[in-house]
Design a protein around this ligand. Structure first.
Ligand code: NAP
Length: 867
């Protein structure tokens, strides 16, 4: 039983919503001994499952998983009757939970919260309800659901229809009888796709108005899957634990099969198995790359289109039902029972709004650009103002009276999807920026509730009374949420995930797609690091450990995890020969980089023998001269060759439109300092003298390099300046080695764990140059005279030990009057920017590099060729 409010109208916590999240939050707050009041505008528990009563409404995660796990006894007492339970059964379950734990006594039904104001002097929330009540609470928790605010009908004339109007999201409790009626359904998302087959059973005539064709797979509903039940019987706790640490909240091993490289038979086999299984996470896991690679995605999409074509008899209708304007999964796919087959019934018709848009709803029906339709009933299955709608509609105002709506005018901003700066003690359960709708909601709800409960308990123990995120932590999380989305295909779709279904709503990727497991890890880390990024106050003192919990690009982190799992020996423990062999082996099977017009190999004379080179020409008219970029590979003067940097050279060539000439140079330890630098300078001289033969434009030559290659490129520029030629138009230095001082902070911060380590860098230097030579400008160009050098573009990566020397070189060049562009590779390591088509987040950085290269050659011709 709840602790009563010590002062009438004053509670420790107010929770809005009595659905899955609100009920469990109430249960946990009670356990903490707090006084709680829950409000819900419905007259019973259920939340989403109270309102969405349309025919055919079911969950789309198997109910064995879509269930609470906090109460093992409850799990024993409740048995789901079907693989995907119906809405009435889910509602019954929530009633059962509420009764079992006596939760109703703290819930005020049929009461909506109309406003919530933070009272700074009192350090309390002032809550008002539509029943005229005003109450105060320390913690205000919105458990209002992600899909609870129906989208208002944005169709001309929507109020004019004189017949029956239904919204799937607000279905009448007494149900609807369409027998003998002419019915219109507008919308073919999950709600439309679930209800259409059942409405068709009653209606005399059913017309479906479809704006966007949607992907749907058969649910194959029936008894709960036997294998799942068996797993639960054998080890319920282990199963639930696996769910909590899975990507989507349902135990499932992510596949490593790539769609683009799998054989046709493997593709077919994996797809058919997922189709037969009838589960969302299964069909989203046919290939590891289907969410990021358009070609792989299209394999799955086309197989689904084939299924639609074979299910629907009329070819024109079938074609209209085939989704073609978005990648599979980027709008939430649906699970159906006989949806596509419904269109084979003689009284069911599909109207493709892409061909004949709705002009207006009329008094007796719907008018499209081509036809007038008469109806007895119209069903709107037009969706929700998802994820933020219910939050901003609730008139929440934080410090200084700023409302959530105002703060989020350009899109939501949260820390962990749990809190937002300026709104102390205000929690959102499954808020924007958390996995929520991309996961099994029940698992994500329990995780959020448990986190909030633990946080309040910790605060209580330490005499802390307010908590709110810092601006830095929140901006960092917002960025991470967007970074995670940006490497996927999701932002390309006009989905409700993007806010694109509501006219005027800012286009922002709303949920967190990094995975339930990764998210839980981040939340746990925040809590265990003294609530990193939160500011807390109270009699126990003020405290704030400010910081960003995730600042690495998500795909860079994945590569690091992958490399760590390989358990490779550290390079610096190997001989140079073994290190070279290991480097070559790890490069096997990587994506080759873009196709180009021509790639040829050759040799040029060097100071002590021939030097191999590879020449990359972009596509387009052959023979047309282009500016020339002489490139030097990375590898610490010890490793690397023309092959090691081949994908990067292709990428630079394709992006810049210049001819790229990658030149190999003599390596240490066989030949030590200054051989590599002298070879580089000789190569630049030779390229300049032979520009025409190489397909270049005489006088338009730049140098480029990565890592140690950038070191020799920078040195070549200094030698060319000293030798009064050749004239170099620009120097592109990607994560360069420009100094031998290994004490800068970036060595401290990034010296271990990011592939290029301090130990490896020391090994490189030891192979390359005697300590006495390492201060020489030909080894450490930062120590040279920097005046009169060519314009530079320097790339510095956040998680690179060399970051600070790159930045120092940029600053020193600038101070010496050299035009410099410093490109910060945010969230990248020393190597990740170069990993073409592996680290997708590196592409925008390389796009900037391509632009910088083009800017070295302001000739209109190159700019034109590239554009
Ligand atoms: P939805 O997915 O947003 O679908 C709304 C449909 O209405 C879309 O086809 C949309 O077309 C169409 N529409 C919206 N405005 C329109 C307009 N002005 N004119 C013509 N068509 C219009 O909404 P939902 O079906 O209610 O589903 C929302 C989410 O709720 C689902 O994605 C799912 O996560 C959840 N849900 C789950 C289940 C379940 O199986 N458990 C059931 C129902 C809902 P456009 O695509 O062109 O915008």
């Amino acid at each position: 039983m709840n602790k009563p409010a010590s002062v009438p109208g004053h509670f420790d916590a107010v929770v809005v919503g009595a659905g899955f999240s609100g009920l469990y939050m109430l249960y946990r707050l009670r356990q903490l001994g707090l006084s709680v009041k829950v409000f819900d505008s419905a007259d019973d528990v259920g939340g989403t499952w109270y309102w969405n009563r349309y025919p055919g409404a079911r969950c789309d995660i198997p109910t064995t998983d879509y269930t609470y796990s906090f109460d093992p006894e409850l799990e024993k007492e409740w048995t789901w009757s079907e693989k995907y339970a119906t809405q009435p059964e889910i509602l019954e379950y929530l009633r059962f939970v509420a009764d079992r734990h006596g939760l109703r006594s703290d819930i005020e039904f049929s009461t909506a919260v109309t406003s919530a104001r933070w009272d700074e002097p009192e350090q309390r929330w002032r809550i008002t309800t539509d029943r005229g009540k005003e109450i105060r609470c320390r913690y205000y928790i919105m458990a209002t659901g992600c899909l609870s605010m129906p989208k208002s009908p944005d169709i001309e004339g929507a109020g004019r229809f004189a017949g029956q109007v239904y919204f799937t999201s607000r279905w009448p409790h007494e149900g609807a009888d369409f027998t003998g009626q002419r019915v219109a359904v507008i919308g073919t998302g999950s709600s439309g796709i679930q209800s259409i087959p059942l409405i068709a059973r009653q209606a005399r005539q059913l017309t479906v108005f479809q704006r966007t064709a949607n992907f749907s797979i058969p649910a194959h509903n029936g008894p709960a899957p036997a294998d799942r039940l068996e797993q639960l019987d054998v080890g319920r706790d282990a199963y639930r634990h696996a769910a909590r640490w899975s990507r989507g909240g349902v135990p499932l091993e992510p596949t490593d099969v790539l769609g683009i490289t799998a054989s046709e038979s493997v593709r077919r086999e994996r797809f058919e198995a997922a189709w037969e299984q009838g589960e969302l996470f299964g069909i989203l896991n046919v290939f590891a790359d289907q969410g990021v690679n358009p070609a792989s995605n299209d394999i799955v999409a086309e197989m689904i289109r084939e299924k639609i074509r074979s299910a629907v008899k009329d070819p024109e209708t079938a074609e209209a039902l085939c989704p073609k304007d978005h990648y599979f999964g980027t709008k939430r796919p649906c699970l159906d029972t006989g949806y596509f087959e419904t269109y084979n019934l003689p009284h069911v018709r599909l109207v493709d709004l892409r061909k004949q848009p709705i002009v207006s709803i009329t008094e007796d029906g719907i008018e499209t650009a081509d036809e007038s339709f008469g109806f007895d009933a119209i069903v709107y299955a037009t969706g929700f103002d998802a994820m933020t709608g219910a939050l901003v509609a609730a008139d929440v105002a934080g410090q200084d009276g700023l409302s959530l709506k105002e703060k989020w005018a350009a899109g939501p901003s949260t820390y962990l999807g749990l809190m937002t700066a300026g709104f102390p003690n205000f929690f959102m359960l499954t808020g924007p920026g958390s996995p929520s709708v991309l996961s099994n909601m029940t698992v994500s709800i329990e995780q959020h509730v448990d986190w909030v409960a633990r946080c309040l308990e910790d605060m209580c123990e330490e005499g802390l009374e307010t908590i709110e995120p810092t601006a830095l932590a929140e901006a960092g999380w917002d960025q991470h949420v967007q970074d995670c989305g940006a490497i996927t295909l999701y932002p390309t779709a006009n989905s409700w995930y993007m806010g694109a279904n509501v006219p005027g709503k800012p286009r922002v990727f709303l949920p967190y797609i990094g995975g339930v497991d990764a998210y839980r890890q981040a939340c746990d880390e925040v809590a265990s690091q003294d609530y990193l990024g939160f500011r807390m106050t109270g009699p126990g003192g003020d405290r704030c450990r400010d910081g960003v919990v995730r600042s690495m690009q998500p795909d860079v982190a994945m590569v690091l995890e992958f490399v760590a799992a390989l358990g490779l020996p550290p390079m610096e423990t190997l001989s140079a020969a073994d290190a070279r062999a290991l480097m070559a082996a790890t490069a096997e099977g990587r994506p080759p980089g873009p196709e180009l017009g021509e790639v040829t190999d050759g040799v040029i004379p060097g100071p002590a023998g021939d030097l191999p080179y590879r020449l990359y020409r972009p596509g387009g008219p052959s023979g047309r001269p282009r500016p020339l970029v002489v490139y030097f590979h990375g590898g610490g003067w010890v490793l690397g060759n023309l092959d090691s940097d081949d994908p990067l050279c292709r990428d630079l060539c394709a992006r810049s439109g210049a001819v790229v000439m990658s030149v190999n140079y003599r390596h240490a330890p066989e030949v030590r300092f200054p051989a590599a630098a002298l070879d580089a300078f000789a190569a630049v001289q030779w390229a300049d003298a032979n520009a025409t033969e190489l397909g270049g434009i005489p006088g338009q030559l730049a140098v480029a390099g990565w890592s140690a290659g950038a070191n020799v490129a920078a040195v070549a520029c200094q030698l060319a300046r000293d030798a009064a030629g050749p004239r170099i138009s620009g120097q592109l230095l990607i994560c360069p080695v420009v100094d031998s001082d290994m004490t800068r902070p970036s060595y401290e911060e990034n010296g271990d764990g990011y592939i290029l380590t301090t130990a490896l860098m020391r090994w490189f230097w030891d192979h390359y140059a005697d300590p006495a030579d390492r201060g020489e400008p030909r080894a450490a160009p930062l120590r040279g005279d920097l005046e009169g050098l060519p314009p530079a573009c320097i790339v510095a990566a956040d998680f690179d030990p060399l970051r600070d020397e790159g930045v120092a070189y940029a600053r020193a060049l600038g101070a010496a009057g050299v035009p410099v562009r410093l490109a910060r590779a945010r969230g990248h390591t020393h190597t990740s920017v170069t990993m073409v088509d592996v680290v997708i987040s590196g592409a925008p950085v390389r796009a900037g590099i391509g632009e910088a290269l083009r800017d070295f050659f302001p000739s209109a011709e190159l700019q034109e060729q590239v554009s």
